[in-house]
Design a protein around this ligand. Sequence first.
Ligand code: NAD
Length: 487
Amino acid sequence: MAQEQENGLRRYGNLINGVWQDAVQGEVLTLKNPSDSSDLALIARGTRADIDLAVTSARNALSGAWGKLTATERGRILHKISEAVLHEIDLLTVLEARDVGKPLTQARADVVALARYLEFYGASADKVHGDTLPYQNGFTVLSVYEPHGVTGHIIPWNYPMQILGRSLGAALAMGNAAVVKPAEEACLTILEFARIAHEAGLPAGALNVVTGLGVEAGAALSSHPDVNHISFTGSLRTGEAVQAAAAKNAVPVTLELGGKSPQIVFADADIERALPFLVNAGIQNAGQTCSASSRILVQRDVYEQVIAGMSERYRALKVGAAEADLSLGPVVSARQKAIVEDYLKLAEQDGLQIAAQGELAADAPENGAYVRPTLLRDVPPQHRLAQEEIFGPVQVIMPFDTEEEAVALANSTPYGLVCGVWTKDGARQLRMAHAVQAGQVFINNYGAGGGIELPFGGVKRSGHGREKGFEALYGFASLKTISVYHG
Ligand code: NAD
């Protein structure tokens, strides 16, 4: 296995056809630990040549041992991998904490979620079935679901294990063979997962992992003529490039992009119950969550009360090293920190008012990519901080008067991923659920992250296609109609 030591650092290769190998061009990239900027590991800098090998390996797996398995057998393998993942929970937790900067508790929850995706899709593998269709006399017509073939999975750095679990779990359950391109910022748990999956019995070639830069390995995967489906999670800009590249080969694409998701608090809401959700959904994973609730819209009667409650919680937030397991770790990189700080500078320049901030722990390592969580109040709805995805621990809060105004504000960004609504009025709950533009609506709760069973995805610029839940399986399959004339 190409996991050797080099200058005291572990060096990972690509996993292609069940074999660890260095990048064809022999180059490596260095991963950093964002808690203190130390070097963490070396990964292969894969390019088009490595993607070619991986796609060929996946194609061969479809006509080999993997392609010959029944749906039940595929499901059993996914179950075994799920158990093996839980068996290695301690290793995966620490690696994710060091690689992404997640506090240990969050990293551990992500391992559990990965295992749960595999359990869910393992159990679903033999439940997808087609239909018989009424047609002319003398005919029997069937519809059957078939795997697309080779699926490409381009994964971001914020939740490597969870996002891998949801798309790979569904793709393998449906009988596809996968090529995964993890993010260059954080990918160690995906590489360890690939090892675990093979040790648990996944046939060679069903899963291939090629690390490297987005513009090299990622672009090669999304434009590859022998890939049949692309699942992309990441930024809007890259999503556009991936969709355009796949369009040249007429390949279907699932895009899970960003968000500026609101939580809307009406005056009749149970504010005490809402408060932890209002704050946690904004600062979890240092705000680097696609479904983060970065906008809080509050009916004017309770506006000051909600600001006071959130501010108290903000002041109790502690930021520090991932392994210190505080409320927040660092953001993923110095680059991401600079992006978030630029937004905070803009807020200051434009006179936006800080309602409250969390604290940096006294022992937080000096070179870590730390950002103090910040709640900004009275932010004008058209301000860039109220419109753009910051992808850091920054929330904006603003007042509204009427239900119509709340809907207009909620729908006023280019995004439409998730929305939370807090009210005890049952009719308003449903009116709001229908009126807001979002792929998921939570009434009196908020928590897209953990919902393995719940279809997830966006409208507008948040993307298209659904992952998670049973529904996602259909996205990883192609429907064939078989018409039989028998007289
Ligand atoms: P990103 O778009 O820069 O990178 C995502 C992945 O795409 C990485 O693996 C990267 O290597 C690859 N990539 C980069 N350029 C590419 C190219 N030209 N062709 C093909 N692949 C390429 O995004 P990021 O900075 O890693 O992640 C943050 C963004 O992802 C945020 O905007 C966030 O909202 C979004 N996100 C969305 C979801 C969701 O489910 N909707 C989940 C997590 C993150």
